[in-house]
Every structure is written in C-alpha cells, then in structure tokens.
Design a protein around this ligand. Sequence first.
Ligand SMILES: *[C@@H]1O[C@H](CO)[C@@H](O)[C@H](O)[C@H]1NC(C)=O
Ligand SMILES: *[C@@H]1O[C@H](CO)[C@@H](O)[C@H](O)[C@H]1NC(C)=O
Ligand SMILES: *[C@@H]1O[C@H](CO)[C@@H](O)[C@H](O)[C@H]1NC(C)=O
Ligand SMILES: *[C@@H]1O[C@H](CO)[C@@H](O)[C@H](O)[C@H]1NC(C)=O
Ligand SMILES: *[C@@H]1O[C@H](CO)[C@@H](O)[C@H](O)[C@H]1NC(C)=O
Ligand SMILES: *[C@@H]1O[C@H](CO)[C@@H](O)[C@H](O)[C@H]1NC(C)=O
Ligand SMILES: *[C@@H]1O[C@H](CO)[C@@H](O)[C@H](O)[C@H]1NC(C)=O
Ligand SMILES: *[C@@H]1O[C@H](CO)[C@@H](O)[C@H](O)[C@H]1NC(C)=O
Length: 469
Amino acid sequence: MKLFTVNNIIFPILIGNAWASYLLHNELIGKIKESEAIAIGAMSTNQEICHNKEHNIKKQDDLINLARKCGEIYGNLVISSNYQEKIVNLDDIEKIRGDFKVQDSSSIVSISAPKLDTIGGKFELKNLTSLISSNTGLLKNVKSVEFVTLPLLKEVSINNNIKKMNKIVISDTSLKSVDFFGNIEQANQVEINNNRYLGRIELKIETVNDKLNIYSNADDTNIQLPNLQSTGDLSIRNAGSFNLQNLEYVNKSLDIIENSITELNLKNLKKISGTAAIIDNSKLDEIHSGNLTHIEGGLLVINNDNLKIMDFLPAVHTIGGAVKYDGTFDEVSFPKLKVIKGGASFVTESKKFNCTALLNPFIERNIIRGENLTCTSNLKGEDKINQHNSSKISYRTLTSGSSQSTSTGKLSSNGTDHNESLTSISSTPQKTVSAGKMKNKNDAFRSSSVAVTNMIVWFLFPFLFFCTL
Ligand SMILES: *[C@@H]1O[C@H](CO)[C@@H](O)[C@H](O)[C@H]1NC(C)=O
Ligand SMILES: *[C@@H]1O[C@H](CO)[C@@H](O)[C@H](O)[C@H]1NC(C)=O
Ligand SMILES: *[C@@H]1O[C@H](CO)[C@@H](O)[C@H](O)[C@H]1NC(C)=O
Ligand SMILES: *[C@@H]1O[C@H](CO)[C@@H](O)[C@H](O)[C@H]1NC(C)=O
Ligand SMILES: *[C@@H]1O[C@H](CO)[C@@H](O)[C@H](O)[C@H]1NC(C)=O
Ligand SMILES: *[C@@H]1O[C@H](CO)[C@@H](O)[C@H](O)[C@H]1NC(C)=O
Ligand SMILES: *[C@@H]1O[C@H](CO)[C@@H](O)[C@H](O)[C@H]1NC(C)=O
Ligand SMILES: *[C@@H]1O[C@H](CO)[C@@H](O)[C@H](O)[C@H]1NC(C)=O
C-alpha cells in the first residue's frame, strides 16, 4: 500500500517533468530548424542537394560546386580512392552535420577547410599515403577524430579549444605534436600510437571513460597528463617519462609496460578496478603509490630489473586476482594486505630474498585464497625450515579431498576446512634443481608439482615435534 502511495505522487511528477522538457525541446528544435531553413533558402536555391545523405566526391570541381550551393551539408562528405587530385579544399563549407571522411588515396597532399567549424560526426583521415597537411583551423565542434595511416602527415590545425570528444585516434603519422588537442578535458577513448616523431605528448585531459592508450611513438616519449583524474583502461608503453601525478582512479586495467622511466609517480592513485601490470621497465627503480588500497584484478610485476625493493604498495589491502612477481628483486612487502583472492607466485634470481619471511605472515593470516602459492629465490640457509639442503622453497596449496586433507584444519588460519584456503604447504626436495643452478624460471612451477607426491608438510612438522614432547 505504501509503495502505491509513493508511486502515485512521484510518478506524475516525473512524467510531468519529462513532458515539459519534451515540449521545450521540441519548441527549441522547431525554432532552430525554421531559422536555418530561412537562412539556407536565402543563400541558395538548390538546398535539396545539401540534404543528401552522402556526397561522394570525385574531383575538386565537385567540391567547389557543392560549396557554392551549401554552406552546410546535412549528410556525410566522403572523399575516397576515386579522387586523383593533390588538393582537397572545402572552400566555403562551414558545417558538416554527418561525417567528413577522406580515405584510400595516394594522390592527396593537402586538405583544407578554411571555414569549417563543425563536423557533427566523425572526422576521419585514413590511408592517405601522400598527405602532408590538414588545415581546419576553425574546427571547434567534432565528435571523433581518427587520423590513421598518414605516414607523411606533419601538420594539422584545429581550433585548439575543443573540450570534449568521443574518440581520438592518432596512429602512424609524422606528427611531432598533438597540441591541437591540448585543451581536451574529456573523452571516451584516446589512442596515440606509432607516430615515430612524436616525442612529447601533452594533454590537459581529466577523464577518459573507456580507454587511454599510448604506445610506440618516438623513443622515450615524454607524456604529460598532469590533470588526468580517472580512466577506464590505461596503457602506457615505450615512454621515456610520464606524468600521472593527479590520477586517482583506474576503473579498468592499468598497463605500464616497456617504458624507460626511472620513476613512477602514482601518489594520488586510490583504486585500480582491473589488473595492474608493471612489466619490462628496465630502468624503473622507484614507484610511489602510497594511497593505493584496492586492486580488484590481478597484480603482475615482472622483469623490472632495477626495482630491487618492492615496498611500493604500503596501503594495499585487497588484491582481487592472482599475484605474480618475477625478476631479480630482493625484497617484497605488503604491510596492510588482508587478502589475495587468487594464487600467488614470487620468483626471483636474488640471493637475498627470503621466501619464508614473506610467506609466513601470509600463511598465518590466511591471506592467500587462491589455489597455488609458489616462492623461489636463491637464498642459502633456509635448510632448517625446509628440512633439506636447498634454499629454494616452493609452496603449493592443495584442495581438500586429496590425501593431504587431514592437514587442512590445522593450516587454515581460522580453523575451517574450505577448499579455497591454504590447505597444505610443501617444501620441495631440490635434488635435481639445486641452489644457484636454476636456469629456467618455470622450474619453480614444475618442481612444485613434483612436490605434491614427495610432500613434507612443514607447518605440521613442528606441530608433531611438539606433540612428541
Ligand atoms: C590504401 O589505399 C590504397 C590506394 O591509395 C589502396 O590500394 C589500399 O588497398 C588501401 N589500403 C587499405 C588497407 O585499405
Ligand atoms: C571511476 O570511478 C570513480 C570512483 O568510483 C568515479 O568517481 C569516476 O567518475 C570514474 N571514472 C570513470 C572515467 O569512469
Ligand atoms: C596521498 O594523497 C595525498 C593527497 O593528494 C597526498 O598529499 C599524499 O602525499 C599521498 N600519500 C602518499 C603516501 O603518497
Ligand atoms: C628467513 O626468514 C625467516 C623468518 O623470518 C627467518 O627465521 C630466517 O632466519 C630467514 N633466513 C635467512 C637466511 O635469513
Ligand atoms: C596451480 O598449479 C597447477 C600445477 O602447476 C596448475 O595446473 C593449476 O592450473 C594452477 N591453478 C591455478 C588456479 O593457477
Ligand atoms: C644436505 O644433504 C646431504 C645429502 O643429501 C646430507 O648428507 C646433509 O646432511 C644435508 N645437510 C644439511 C645441513 O641438512
Ligand atoms: C573461515 O574463512 C572462510 C573463508 O575465508 C569463511 O568462509 C569462514 O566463515 C571462516 N570461518 C570462521 C570461523 O571465521
Ligand atoms: C571440497 O571439495 C570437495 C571435492 O570437490 C567436496 O567434496 C567438498 O565438499 C568441498 N569442501 C568444502 C568445505 O567446500
């Protein structure tokens, strides 16, 4: 009864509002259409052609004719492989309501649209192998820009006050700068790749809803995104330096791969909603991410050879996927970590890394919920703990129901027997793979499965020992 009363009041109000705004909208649109019709009627007698759904232009003369008749084109304007001339000039055309596409021509050298201020849809320049310049200096409204396979393109002008766009793709050009998008604040998708002279990318962008992807531009590209606050997927590769100092949320995954950066400053980052991958950044030796508390996907930190001390996640308490660290690191710490929902693997060539010291707290606090736990290093002197000579330790968790299930209750930190918790720990008799001789990193994984059959339950051992006393 109560619900009905509420609905009876709220519903008419909602409807009323929607209706009012609908009317208002229609009235406005009606007015705009009327005034446009008058303007166009006065300007040209041939207005029908301006309303064509699509214009496929074959030569410059057709463009001149079109421009004479229509200051505004209501459909798409397409210039493609039939066009044999060097110049595309849109002359007096001011608005294209649909898309403006120029594609698949090896003859076009320059495009200019000196009066064009609006493209209602996409502005696409694709596969124009001779194009050197595109001048649309007044263009201030455009939904998407795709500049793709324009290997000679050096010069682009766009009114650089565009604030919001759906999509920006700049791929395979000779551009040295993308300053013409310098004032964009919001976009759904930004992809900038394979522009071999693009040594500096500076964007004031604040939000990228879907994905921001920058890779394979000039060697050591300097990427400045000082205002970036939140993104969907964020991927940066092959950069020499970058600025993400204001980044707070990565709402999908983060990839920082094959960069020559020495420092990664993510001081304001709070949450990564997907997987974080920091891979093959060979010079990286410092990461600041002290405000990061949640990584909802996995965490991959692989082959960052200068990163010896992995203490850059002091505040992380939840990792939603698996964790994989691989490299030459000496130390890993997660002081606030409460849960890793997947498995974990730490493999390092280091002679200093102490698996026991890292994993004991994990085991005690039942942090790792996934199936597998592996740790391998070249530290000597762990013999007593492992009851054998090797310093390499492989831990492996098993599901209950196997012959080791008896140990389950004792090893589960909260005393329950459930299949996802750490149910058994083995140390591996490393007779075939002795300390210092391991060449293949996969040995760690292989030996851990051998360990299942040769199991020594090392947590149970002290326990039994205690009992015999
Ligand atoms: C690119 O344009 C040329 C014509 O200039 C055409 O022959 C070729 O098929 C186009 N390439 C692609 C991938 O569309
Ligand atoms: C990302 O998530 C945060 C927090 O939930 C939100 O404030 C922000 O608007 C989101 N950003 C994007 C680009 O989706
Ligand atoms: C966390 O963010 C605040 C606010 O930007 C900043 O002042 C502080 O230095 C950051 N803390 C760490 C540990 O990075
Ligand atoms: C490794 O860490 C454990 C637990 O903290 C400690 O007992 C052991 O002595 C350490 N091993 C070496 C070689 O430092
Ligand atoms: C755990 O390790 C085993 C053997 O190495 C492998 O077959 C299995 O797929 C792993 N499980 C997970 C969840 O990674
Ligand atoms: C190392 O292993 C050998 C044979 O495998 C054994 O004789 C020796 O006592 C072991 N050393 C230690 C410290 O466990
Ligand atoms: C023990 O942990 C498991 C999984 O984390 C949970 O389902 C269970 O309720 C916990 N039991 C107790 C007694 O806390
Ligand atoms: C663990 O898995 C086995 C086999 O899949 C199943 O029979 C058992 O009920 C499970 N135990 C728990 C506590 O979920």
